[in-house]
Design a protein around this ligand. Structure first.
Ligand code: SAH
Length: 513
């Protein structure tokens, strides 16, 4: 893909309805290469994680000083950025041409002689249909679909909407932007002859962990939305199929759907965990109670680096260790060749994957999650007698691994490349959430995170909030017990996926009881 041609190119990309991974492959590919991304508030901000580190990211529309930044300014901005020779992704919620003013932007680009491409996106109505069990078409009940803007109906004399036709329509009608004027929409349909008993369903936050719907009739839907505190973005579905079929509501069956889960790692670790939580359709609250401090500026590390080729085995026990090591390496103008012929072991598939990103295929990846398992696996894999082993890991890691390797005859050098420190958080917001009992689970992935968290939040406070505590494994659970905290679930497999599986199993057990 050419991203540096002199005159830039603009890609009008549909971001999809909300859930970030519902963007198209083409859209994501372009997003990854763009020099400039101009995005709407409906496009999920998580998508911005895929952009280049040097990409310019601009949110629109926004208020710039007293002037509001409207469509015309957005059009000008597209022309300006393309004129700077940039590859511009204009990221728009849903599909660019469905109530997205995409054509207005494309016309301006065409007039300015700027090349553009339009990448379709999954529009909200289609996504909401799949995520709530409402069929837009049905062989028996709905042979037609209409997408209507609910905005138009707002007290306009001259409307582009044929209410008489809509009132007679026997298929499925979907109103976009209809929440502000829901009363007006339903009234007009009824006034024009549609039965007040016609099924009507509103779906808000479609495809997100916060998705909600209200099922009612044309007559009662507006009240239902007020009672259920439904807020935009939401769609109004009207027609025979829109009551949906509870059997098709697969989302409600996901054990973690809609649950709020607190993560308590460092910022990077939390983001990684949050992505896993989001894919299970739960809401994440990120509480970075720890932060990472690199230790690779120490003389000890630099000295080790100079002699690294002399080791038989170099062991990485975490992604953090790998990332920190290679960041230091880049700073020193070195690369993976420093390892020479030393063999490399990695705890866990994720660590091995991180190594692979730096061009290294680990020689040994035990099917293990703990230091003990790694030691046992490595001892079985190779004879360690008189072998020189280098451990590059966290300063606060336990002594189990070096001790076991030494027992097997290895000479072990343990060089910390990073450590975790306590990070002070904003507990005002958090304690508010806990008091309102919105949090279902608080997760802990290390004894240190548990200590840092409960130094900042009293254990009794968590208990009275009703939030349950989940631990990644026995060492963390032991620390939590020492802190006076009841551990509701402990992961059998000591990984983040394992932790989520344990929580899912708990939820399934307790809801089927
Ligand atoms: N181009 C977008 C629509 C933009 S108009 C698309 O193709 O989906 C904005 C309206 O879209 C909102 O007012 C709402 O009616 C609807 N919408 C967008 N995202 C939504 C979501 N996740 N859940 C429900 N409605 C959504």
């Amino acid at each position: 893909m050419n991203v540096t041609n002199k005159k830039g190119r603009v890609y009008l990309v549909g971001a999809g309805p909300g859930r970030p991974d519902l963007i198209t492959v083409r859209g994501l590919e372009l997003l990854k290469c763009a020099n400039c991304v101009i995005y709407d508030k409906l496009a999920n901000p998580a998508l911005l994680n895929y952009t280049r580190p040097d990409a310019e990211l601009l949110a629109v529309p926004k208020r710039v000083g007293p002037e509001s930044f409207g469509q015309e300014q957005i059009n000008n901005l597209l022309v300006q950025k393309a004129g700077e020779g940039k590859s511009v992704v204009r990221l728009k919620g849903g599909d660019p041409y469905i109530f997205g003013r995409g054509t207005e932007e494309a016309v301006v680009l065409a007039q300015a002689g700027i090349d553009f491409e339009v990448v379709p996106g999954v529009t909200a109505a289609i996504a909401a249909s799949c995520y709530s069990g409402i069929a837009l078409t049905d062989r028996a009940f709905a042979s037609e679909v209409i997408f209507v803007t609910g905005h138009e109906a707002e007290g306009k004399q001259q409307t582009g909407i044929d209410w008489q036709l809509l009132a007679k329509f026997t298929g499925t009608i979907v109103f976009y932007m209809g929440m502000k004027n829901l009363d007006g929409i339903t009234r007009r349909l009824i006034e024009n002859g549609m039965s007040p008993d016609t099924s009507a369903t509103v779906v808000a936050d479609a495809t997100l962990p916060t998705q909600k719907f209200v099922k009612a009739t044309l007559e009662t839907i507006a009240d239902g939305c007020t009672k259920n505190k439904i807020t935009p973005p939401a769609l109004v579905f009207v027609g025979p199929t829109t009551a949906g079929d509870a059997r098709l509501d697969w989302l409600a069956k996901l054990p973690l759907f809609g649950k709020t889960i607190v993560v308590t790692r460092d910022v990077v670790g939390n983001a990684e965990f949050a992505a896993k939580i989001a894919s299970r359709m739960a809401v994440t609250v990120e509480m970075p109670v720890t932060k990472i401090k690199t230790l690779t500026d120490s003389g000890d590390f630099i000295k080790t680096l100079a002699q690294i080729k002399a080791y038989d085995w170099v062991i990485f026990t975490s992604c953090n260790g790998v990332e920190t090591f290679f960041a230091a390496m880049a700073k020193l103008g070195k690369d993976a060749r420093v390892f020479g012929s030393a063999k490399i072991a990695a705890i866990g598939v994720r660590t091995a994957e991180t190594l692979a990103r730096f061009g290294i295929k680990a020689d040994f990846v035990p099917n293990a999650f703990t230091s003990k398992d790694l030691a046992a696996g490595l001892i079985e894999f190779t004879n360690l007698r008189d072998k020189k082993v280098l451990l590059l890991r966290s300063q606060i890691a336990s002594d189990d691994l070096p001790q076991l390797l030494e027992t097997a005859g290895a000479s072990v050098n343990n060089v910390p490349v990073y450590t975790h420190e306590k990070n002070l958080c904003d507990f005002k917001i958090f304690s508010g959430m806990l008091t309102e009992k919105n949090v279902s689970w608080i997760t802990f992935a290390s004894p240190f995170a548990a200590t840092c968290f409960f130094e900042q939040v009293p254990a009794d406070f968590v208990k009275s909030s009703g939030a349950k505590v989940a631990s990644i494994g026995p060492v963390t659970s032991k620390k939590l017990a020492e802190l006076g905290v009841k551990v509701e679930v402990e992961a059998a497999e000591h990984t983040f996926d394992g932790l989520l599986v344990a929580i899912e199993q708990y939820e399934q057990r307790t809801t089927t009881k």
